[in-house]
Write a protein that binds this ligand. Structure first.
Ligand code: PEP
Ligand code: MN
Length: 266
Protein backbone atom coordinates (compact mmCIF):
# COMPACT_ATOMS: atom_id res chain seq x y z
CA UNK A 1 0.00 0.00 0.00
CA UNK A 2 2.93 2.35 0.64
CA UNK A 3 4.74 1.40 -2.56
CA UNK A 4 5.07 4.10 -5.22
CA UNK A 5 4.82 1.43 -7.95
CA UNK A 6 1.15 0.85 -7.27
CA UNK A 7 0.30 4.47 -6.42
CA UNK A 8 2.20 6.78 -8.78
CA UNK A 9 0.59 9.95 -7.42
CA UNK A 10 1.78 11.60 -4.21
CA UNK A 11 -0.57 11.09 -1.29
CA UNK A 12 -1.98 14.22 0.32
CA UNK A 13 -2.67 13.72 4.02
CA UNK A 14 -5.26 15.96 5.61
CA UNK A 15 -4.67 16.78 9.28
CA UNK A 16 -7.84 18.54 10.32
CA UNK A 17 -7.76 20.77 7.24
CA UNK A 18 -3.97 21.12 7.03
CA UNK A 19 -2.71 19.32 3.93
CA UNK A 20 0.70 17.65 3.71
CA UNK A 21 2.19 16.10 0.56
CA UNK A 22 1.65 16.44 -3.16
CA UNK A 23 2.88 20.03 -3.27
CA UNK A 24 1.46 20.98 0.13
CA UNK A 25 4.12 21.90 2.69
CA UNK A 26 3.46 22.05 6.44
CA UNK A 27 5.57 23.06 9.42
CA UNK A 28 5.04 21.33 12.75
CA UNK A 29 6.56 23.28 15.62
CA UNK A 30 6.48 23.49 19.39
CA UNK A 31 8.38 22.40 22.46
CA UNK A 32 9.83 18.94 23.00
CA UNK A 33 7.68 18.61 26.13
CA UNK A 34 4.59 20.29 27.47
CA UNK A 35 5.66 21.82 30.79
CA UNK A 36 2.78 24.08 31.90
CA UNK A 37 -0.34 25.74 30.51
CA UNK A 38 1.47 29.10 30.12
CA UNK A 39 4.44 27.47 28.40
CA UNK A 40 2.48 25.47 25.83
CA UNK A 41 -0.03 28.24 25.12
CA UNK A 42 2.72 30.83 24.63
CA UNK A 43 4.70 28.49 22.33
CA UNK A 44 1.50 27.69 20.43
CA UNK A 45 0.75 31.35 19.80
CA UNK A 46 4.30 32.16 18.76
CA UNK A 47 4.75 29.24 16.34
CA UNK A 48 1.35 29.90 14.81
CA UNK A 49 2.15 33.60 14.33
CA UNK A 50 5.42 32.59 12.66
CA UNK A 51 3.56 30.43 10.14
CA UNK A 52 3.61 26.90 11.58
CA UNK A 53 0.42 25.06 10.72
CA UNK A 54 0.61 22.34 13.38
CA UNK A 55 1.54 22.45 17.06
CA UNK A 56 3.70 19.75 18.62
CA UNK A 57 4.25 19.02 22.30
CA UNK A 58 5.29 15.82 24.04
CA UNK A 59 3.24 14.49 26.94
CA UNK A 60 4.50 10.90 27.06
CA UNK A 61 8.26 11.15 26.67
CA UNK A 62 10.50 8.23 25.67
CA UNK A 63 13.55 9.27 27.72
CA UNK A 64 16.82 7.35 27.71
CA UNK A 65 17.08 7.55 31.52
CA UNK A 66 14.15 6.60 33.77
CA UNK A 67 15.27 9.42 36.08
CA UNK A 68 14.80 12.11 33.41
CA UNK A 69 11.52 14.05 33.11
CA UNK A 70 8.98 11.60 31.72
CA UNK A 71 6.46 14.18 30.52
CA UNK A 72 3.20 15.41 32.03
CA UNK A 73 1.36 12.44 30.54
CA UNK A 74 -2.44 12.77 30.40
CA UNK A 75 -2.30 16.14 32.19
CA UNK A 76 0.01 17.32 29.41
CA UNK A 77 -2.46 16.17 26.77
CA UNK A 78 -5.15 18.27 28.46
CA UNK A 79 -2.89 21.35 28.34
CA UNK A 80 -2.10 20.68 24.70
CA UNK A 81 -5.83 20.58 23.96
CA UNK A 82 -6.22 23.94 25.73
CA UNK A 83 -3.49 25.37 23.50
CA UNK A 84 -5.33 23.96 20.52
CA UNK A 85 -8.48 25.72 21.63
CA UNK A 86 -6.59 29.00 22.13
CA UNK A 87 -4.92 28.98 18.70
CA UNK A 88 -6.96 26.66 16.48
CA UNK A 89 -3.77 24.82 15.46
CA UNK A 90 -4.15 21.07 15.05
CA UNK A 91 -1.99 19.16 17.55
CA UNK A 92 0.64 16.46 17.21
CA UNK A 93 1.87 14.33 20.11
CA UNK A 94 3.57 11.00 20.69
CA UNK A 95 1.90 7.78 21.80
CA UNK A 96 3.99 5.12 23.50
CA UNK A 97 1.43 2.54 24.55
CA UNK A 98 -1.62 1.06 22.83
CA UNK A 99 -3.55 1.35 26.09
CA UNK A 100 -3.27 5.15 25.90
CA UNK A 101 -5.17 5.37 22.59
CA UNK A 102 -8.43 6.54 24.22
CA UNK A 103 -6.52 9.54 25.65
CA UNK A 104 -5.57 10.55 22.10
CA UNK A 105 -9.16 11.03 20.98
CA UNK A 106 -8.78 14.80 20.54
CA UNK A 107 -5.27 14.65 19.10
CA UNK A 108 -5.18 15.49 15.37
CA UNK A 109 -1.98 13.70 14.35
CA UNK A 110 -0.67 10.78 16.39
CA UNK A 111 3.10 10.49 16.49
CA UNK A 112 4.89 7.15 16.72
CA UNK A 113 8.42 7.99 17.82
CA UNK A 114 11.72 6.64 16.58
CA UNK A 115 12.03 4.23 19.48
CA UNK A 116 8.70 2.63 18.63
CA UNK A 117 9.09 2.47 14.86
CA UNK A 118 9.13 -1.32 15.05
CA UNK A 119 6.66 -1.71 17.90
CA UNK A 120 4.40 -3.70 15.61
CA UNK A 121 1.48 -3.98 18.03
CA UNK A 122 1.46 -0.19 18.43
CA UNK A 123 1.62 0.21 14.63
CA UNK A 124 -1.33 -2.14 14.19
CA UNK A 125 -3.31 -0.31 16.88
CA UNK A 126 -2.84 3.11 15.26
CA UNK A 127 -3.65 1.43 11.96
CA UNK A 128 -7.02 0.32 13.28
CA UNK A 129 -8.11 3.88 14.04
CA UNK A 130 -8.69 6.72 11.61
CA UNK A 131 -6.49 9.61 12.73
CA UNK A 132 -3.42 10.33 10.63
CA UNK A 133 -0.12 9.01 11.97
CA UNK A 134 3.31 10.66 11.95
CA UNK A 135 5.79 7.80 11.87
CA UNK A 136 9.38 8.67 12.77
CA UNK A 137 12.30 6.68 11.43
CA UNK A 138 14.00 4.41 13.95
CA UNK A 139 17.45 5.26 15.29
CA UNK A 140 19.10 2.55 13.21
CA UNK A 141 16.57 1.47 10.64
CA UNK A 142 16.91 1.13 6.90
CA UNK A 143 14.52 2.90 4.55
CA UNK A 144 13.03 -0.45 3.62
CA UNK A 145 12.27 -1.18 7.29
CA UNK A 146 10.84 2.32 7.67
CA UNK A 147 8.46 1.87 4.74
CA UNK A 148 7.49 -1.59 6.04
CA UNK A 149 6.50 -0.03 9.35
CA UNK A 150 4.25 2.39 7.44
CA UNK A 151 2.86 -0.66 5.67
CA UNK A 152 1.92 -2.18 9.07
CA UNK A 153 -0.28 0.86 9.76
CA UNK A 154 -1.74 0.94 6.25
CA UNK A 155 -2.41 -2.79 6.15
CA UNK A 156 -4.84 -2.32 9.04
CA UNK A 157 -6.85 0.18 7.02
CA UNK A 158 -5.35 3.56 7.96
CA UNK A 159 -3.57 4.92 4.90
CA UNK A 160 -3.00 8.38 6.40
CA UNK A 161 0.66 8.02 7.23
CA UNK A 162 3.31 10.76 7.16
CA UNK A 163 6.95 9.68 7.36
CA UNK A 164 9.52 11.66 9.36
CA UNK A 165 13.30 11.51 8.85
CA UNK A 166 14.87 12.53 12.18
CA UNK A 167 18.46 11.43 11.80
CA UNK A 168 20.06 8.03 12.22
CA UNK A 169 22.95 6.65 14.24
CA UNK A 170 26.32 6.67 12.54
CA UNK A 171 29.93 6.69 13.75
CA UNK A 172 29.75 10.51 13.98
CA UNK A 173 29.61 11.85 17.53
CA UNK A 174 29.65 15.64 17.10
CA UNK A 175 25.93 15.62 16.38
CA UNK A 176 23.16 13.72 18.10
CA UNK A 177 22.38 11.82 14.89
CA UNK A 178 23.21 12.11 11.20
CA UNK A 179 20.47 13.70 9.09
CA UNK A 180 19.84 11.46 6.09
CA UNK A 181 18.68 13.88 3.42
CA UNK A 182 19.51 11.42 0.67
CA UNK A 183 17.04 9.16 2.42
CA UNK A 184 14.33 11.76 1.87
CA UNK A 185 14.98 11.69 -1.87
CA UNK A 186 15.02 7.89 -1.88
CA UNK A 187 11.82 7.66 0.17
CA UNK A 188 10.04 9.78 -2.41
CA UNK A 189 11.03 7.20 -5.02
CA UNK A 190 10.02 4.25 -2.85
CA UNK A 191 6.71 5.57 -1.59
CA UNK A 192 3.93 8.05 -2.34
CA UNK A 193 3.66 9.06 1.32
CA UNK A 194 4.68 12.56 2.44
CA UNK A 195 8.07 12.88 4.11
CA UNK A 196 8.78 15.53 6.73
CA UNK A 197 12.20 16.29 8.19
CA UNK A 198 13.02 16.90 11.86
CA UNK A 199 16.39 18.66 11.91
CA UNK A 200 16.16 19.31 15.67
CA UNK A 201 16.47 15.69 16.79
CA UNK A 202 18.77 14.96 13.87
CA UNK A 203 21.57 17.28 14.97
CA UNK A 204 20.90 18.17 18.59
CA UNK A 205 22.23 21.74 18.18
CA UNK A 206 19.88 24.72 17.85
CA UNK A 207 22.47 26.70 15.87
CA UNK A 208 22.50 24.04 13.14
CA UNK A 209 18.74 23.69 12.79
CA UNK A 210 18.11 26.57 10.32
CA UNK A 211 20.66 25.39 7.74
CA UNK A 212 19.44 21.79 7.94
CA UNK A 213 15.82 22.92 7.65
CA UNK A 214 16.64 24.89 4.50
CA UNK A 215 18.52 21.91 3.06
CA UNK A 216 15.55 19.66 3.81
CA UNK A 217 13.22 21.92 1.81
CA UNK A 218 15.68 21.84 -1.08
CA UNK A 219 15.84 18.03 -0.86
CA UNK A 220 12.09 17.89 -1.47
CA UNK A 221 10.72 17.43 2.04
CA UNK A 222 6.96 17.88 2.37
CA UNK A 223 7.28 19.51 5.75
CA UNK A 224 9.43 20.21 8.78
CA UNK A 225 9.22 19.42 12.46
CA UNK A 226 11.06 22.00 14.56
CA UNK A 227 11.45 22.17 18.33
CA UNK A 228 10.72 25.66 19.68
CA UNK A 229 10.85 26.53 23.37
CA UNK A 230 10.01 29.77 25.19
CA UNK A 231 13.23 29.43 27.24
CA UNK A 232 15.55 26.75 25.82
CA UNK A 233 18.09 27.12 28.65
CA UNK A 234 15.42 26.06 31.15
CA UNK A 235 13.70 23.40 29.01
CA UNK A 236 12.96 20.11 30.76
CA UNK A 237 13.92 18.22 27.62
CA UNK A 238 16.01 18.91 24.49
CA UNK A 239 16.76 22.57 25.26
CA UNK A 240 20.09 22.46 23.41
CA UNK A 241 18.35 21.81 20.10
CA UNK A 242 15.35 24.09 20.63
CA UNK A 243 14.99 27.41 18.83
CA UNK A 244 13.66 30.46 20.64
CA UNK A 245 10.41 31.85 19.18
CA UNK A 246 12.44 34.74 17.70
CA UNK A 247 14.87 32.37 16.00
CA UNK A 248 11.92 30.40 14.67
CA UNK A 249 10.37 33.59 13.25
CA UNK A 250 13.55 34.30 11.36
CA UNK A 251 13.79 30.75 10.01
CA UNK A 252 10.16 30.81 8.86
CA UNK A 253 10.68 34.00 6.91
CA UNK A 254 13.30 32.21 4.84
CA UNK A 255 11.50 28.87 4.64
CA UNK A 256 8.25 30.38 3.39
CA UNK A 257 10.08 31.97 0.45
CA UNK A 258 12.04 28.80 -0.21
CA UNK A 259 8.89 26.67 -0.24
CA UNK A 260 7.36 29.04 -2.75
CA UNK A 261 10.56 28.93 -4.84
CA UNK A 262 10.23 25.15 -5.07
CA UNK A 263 6.65 25.50 -6.24
CA UNK A 264 4.90 24.27 -3.11
CA UNK A 265 2.08 25.77 -1.07
CA UNK A 266 2.39 26.44 2.64
C1 PEP B 1 10.10 13.78 19.71
O1 PEP B 1 9.71 14.15 18.58
O2 PEP B 1 9.80 14.37 20.75
C2 PEP B 1 10.98 12.61 19.82
C3 PEP B 1 11.14 11.97 20.97
O3 PEP B 1 11.59 12.30 18.67
P1 PEP B 1 12.26 10.91 18.20
O4 PEP B 1 11.24 9.83 18.43
O5 PEP B 1 12.56 11.17 16.77
O6 PEP B 1 13.50 10.73 19.03
MN1 MN C 1 12.63 16.32 21.70
Amino acid sequence: KANRKFHPDDSVIDVDGVKIGGGNFAVIAGPCSIESEEQITYCAQRVKAAGASLLRGGAFKPRTSPYSFQGMRSEGLDLLKLARRATGSPIVTEIMNTEHLPLFENVDLIQVGARNMQNFELLKAVGRQKKPVLLKRGLANTLEEFVMSAEYIMAEGNENVILCERGIRTFETSMRNTLDLAGVVMLHKMTHLPVVVDPSHACGHAWMVPELAKAAVAAGADGLMIEVHNNPAKAKCDGAQSLTPDQFDELMQFVSKEVEFFGKKM
